[in-house]
Design a protein around this ligand. Structure first.
Ligand SMILES: [Zn+2]
Length: 367
């Protein structure tokens, strides 16, 4: 008897310890099997009752039944505790299996050109510039005449323009002639070839002094691997009193160093644009090789990158904007946003910028 009594006590105490350390419902189920299953510890003891002398059986049976009731009660109690705890845990996400691989999620992002535009605009805003926008379908007048490019100007040949069809072609005789005459007075409509008409429109609207940047799409008839018929430009215009060329140079160095996030060597070369006088172009040191690689694919081994055209605004253009060129002068600069994006983000084919396949950007540089 004392032997069985001892065994009952052993089971009671080992179960007590085991149940206290159970932390999950499936572990509790295992515990139930270990004690109360067909081959469980308590079940084995109950089966052994038959081997006891008959007069000892009732007392022993009573003790074992009491133990079984106790174990079942404690298991039930523990189960309720665990279920409550697990429900709460699900709510706070503690039960998530963090070792599972992620299902992934498509996340939207800015296009590299839009990103570039935002970065440049934000740097220029720091220098006191505001953003000005204008129409992409533009009048010949704003796109060319106001910018010192009259119809006979050879610079118009430099830019192959998308003109809208003349009404004369579709209009009946007589009426078509009148419409053409009216149109000749207003000028034809076209897809703007640069963002410069926004400069004139802004001067007419806001007057001087003025500091603006004009980002936007422009259109030319090029279409080959290095050119697209639609591309993105950003121009800046500053019109104030007594503006010197050194302010322009300083502003652009600030812009380039800010955009590429480091100090870059730069040089200014004389150039020609009809709307600025004098005109210059800005080269920066190659962002890929800093001029150290004679086989560099970005700078073709020259060590320099052409990034920006600029100059002091031609007095004709200031006057076209309704501002007095005797009192005010200023500078303008313009750059290709697509090129700036390609240089900063290491994109080697312009066409990728207009492609719907995002895998290039997601996987780095290997298409
Ligand atoms: Zn280089």
């Amino acid at each position: 008897m004392s032997d069985l009594k001892q065994q009952v006590e052993n089971v009671r105490s080992s179960f007590g310890q085991a149940v206290a350390s159970v932390m999950a419902t499936d572990a509790l189920q295992e515990l139930r099997v270990r004690y109360l299953g067909k081959k469980g510890e308590l079940t084995t003891l109950l089966k052994s009752l038959g081997k006891l002398p008959p007069k000892e059986r009732p007392q022993a049976g009573e003790a074992l039944n009491a133990l079984r009731d106790q174990l079942e009660r404690e298991i039930e109690q523990k189960k309720q505790e665990l279920t409550r705890a697990e429900d709460t845990a699900v709510e706070v996400g503690d039960r998530l299996d963090v070792t599972l691989p992620s299902r992934g999620r498509a996340v939207g992002a800015f296009h590299p050109v839009a990103q570039t535009m935002h970065e440049i605009v934000s740097i220029m805003q720091g220098l006191g510039y505001s953003v000005a926008l204008g129409p992409e379908i533009e009048e010949e007048h704003y796109n060319f005449e106001c910018l010192n490019m009259p119809s006979w100007h050879p610079a118009r040949d430099m830019q192959d323009t998308f003109y809208f069809p003349d009404e004369k072609e579709n209009a009946p005789e007589g009426k078509g002639q009148r419409m053409l005459e009216e149109r000749m007075l207003k000028g034809r409509m076209l897809l703007r070839t640069h963002t410069s008409p926004v400069q004139v429109r802004s001067m007419l609207q806001y007057g001087a002094p003025l500091r603006i940047v004009c980002p936007g799409k422009v259109y030319r008839r090029d279409n080959d691997p290095t050119h697209s018929p639609m591309f993105n430009q950003l121009e800046g215009l500053l019109v104030e009193e007594d503006v010197s060329f050194s302010v322009l140079k300083g502003s652009l160095r600030e812009l380039m160093n800010g955009f590429f996030e480091r100090e870059l060597k730069s040089r200014f070369r004389a150039s020609y644009f009809p709307f600025t006088e004098p005109s210059m172009e800005l080269d920066i040191e190659c962002v890929e090789c800093s001029g150290k690689n004679p086989n560099c694919r970005v700078c073709k081994g020259t060590g320099w990158l052409e990034v920006c055209g600029m100059g002091m605004v031609h007095p004709f253009v200031i006057r076209s904007g309704g501002v007095d060129p005797e009192r005010y002068n200023g500078f303008a600069f313009g750059m290709g946003l697509d090129r700036m994006a390609m240089l900063k983000y290491g994109i080697n084919d312009l066409r990728l910028l207009f492609d719907g396949n995002v895998s290039y950007f997601l996987s780095g540089r290997d298409v």
